[in-house]
Design a protein around this ligand. Structure first.
Ligand code: APR
Length: 311
């Protein structure tokens, strides 16, 4: 049976996500946006590359939700991106309204879908989608860790002049300035990073990872990153649709794991056809645990702002 993925938000991240899903023939794609003509135009343009690229999927763009009915996955990228000098958190209240409305409409049409959140501030938007959808936590997942680790892996591979593919990294915590790149679990083909370079270099790469999103915003000036965010989202979509059971760092709702409750925080999970099929609770050292708690606190503060607004 053909699979169906809805991508809400036909901007930079959404359009690239849709295009990559089609190019990999993972599913038919429905692209939704509030701006009239944009999803239709981009959808048709993507469809017209099918004969050249050789993919057989349907792609439609729309301003409504009827066409999204029965989606296996709904990816939410709708919202406003960061401008220079803005933190992801500045986006909070504007994007809360967008994600709330997109989730409400999408889940009416696709009650069994798995939701993947991309809109920032990510962890707070995941919380919003979980509460609005009423879905079990296995079916509401945030894309952050895959992107943050991809950035860390890129910087390490460049620094050491080795294949990007050979670098395995781990980044936990919220998708913000307090994210926690875990050096102890980062290696090149199994060789720990600490064996390959000195601690000052590692600290520089860790800091660049934390600032990875801002580095792109500074260059682009009018928006934030989208190629790597889209690629990271598609890795999650593929693991779910193909039931690959990849172990990836994703934002999930913790119910006691890592000593955290009722909060979305990035941790390693197994992604398969049911969504989050397992949460891995790794033993952290004191410093790592403290950094994770600090990151979780930052997420809790944002959710607190939303809670105070909706009560
Ligand atoms: N419903 C559907 N689409 C919406 C809505 C809505 N209620 N509100 C805004 N949009 C659309 C906009 O019309 C725009 O096309 O969301 C799209 C966002 O696209 P861009 O502005 O290009 O932003 P993008 O770079 O794709 O980032 C989107 O992902 O990585 C995060 O921080 C980023 O929160 C931002 C999101």
């Amino acid at each position: 049976m053909r699979r169906k993925v809805t991508v809400i938000g036909a901007g930079n991240v959404g359009a690239n996500t849709a295009q990559k899903i089609a190019a990999k023939e993972l599913a038919d794609v429905v692209l939704v946006d509030v701006v009239e003509g944009v999803p239709q135009g981009k959808g048709l343009d993507m469809l017209e590359s099918a004969p050249v690229e050789g993919y057989d999927v349907k792609i439609v763009g729309t301003n409504g939700y009827e066409e999204t009915a029965g989606s296996d996955i709904v990816v939410i990228t709708a919202g406003f991106p960061r401008k220079p000098g803005m933190s992801r958190d500045d986006l909070l209240l504007a994007n809360y309204e967008v994600v709330k409305s997109a989730t409400e409409q999408a889940v009416k049409q696709s009650p069994d879908a798995i939701l993947i959140l991309v809109t920032n501030p990510l962890d707070a938007m995941c919380w919003t989608a979980l509460k609005v959808s009423g879905f079990p936590r296995e079916r509401v997942i945030g894309m952050a860790g895959v992107l943050d680790t991809a950035r860390f892996r890129t910087f390490i591979a460049e620094e050491l002049n080795v294949s990007f593919e050979n670098v395995t990294a781990m980044v936990l915590g919220g998708h913000g300035d307090t994210m926690v790149p875990l050096v102890r679990f980062t290696n090149v083909s199994g060789i720990p990073l600490s064996e390959l370079t000195d601690s000052a270099t590692i600290e520089r790469l860790v800091q660049r990872t934390r600032d990875g999103g801002a580095e792109i915003v500074k260059y682009l000036k009018t928006g934030s990153a989208y190629y790597a965010p889209a690629a990271s989202t598609v890795e999650m979509v593929e693991s779910i649709l193909r039931d690959k059971k990849k172990v990836l760092p994703c934002a999930v709702y913790l119910n006691g794991e890592y000593g955290l409750n009722e909060l979305f925080v990035g941790v390693p999970v197994k992604l398969g056809k049911k969504g989050v099929e397992q949460i891995y609770e790794i033993k952290l050292q004191d410093g790592e645990k403290a950094a994770l708690m600090k990151s979780a606190e930052a997420v809790r503060e944002l959710v607190g702002v939303i809670k105070s607004k909706i009560q």
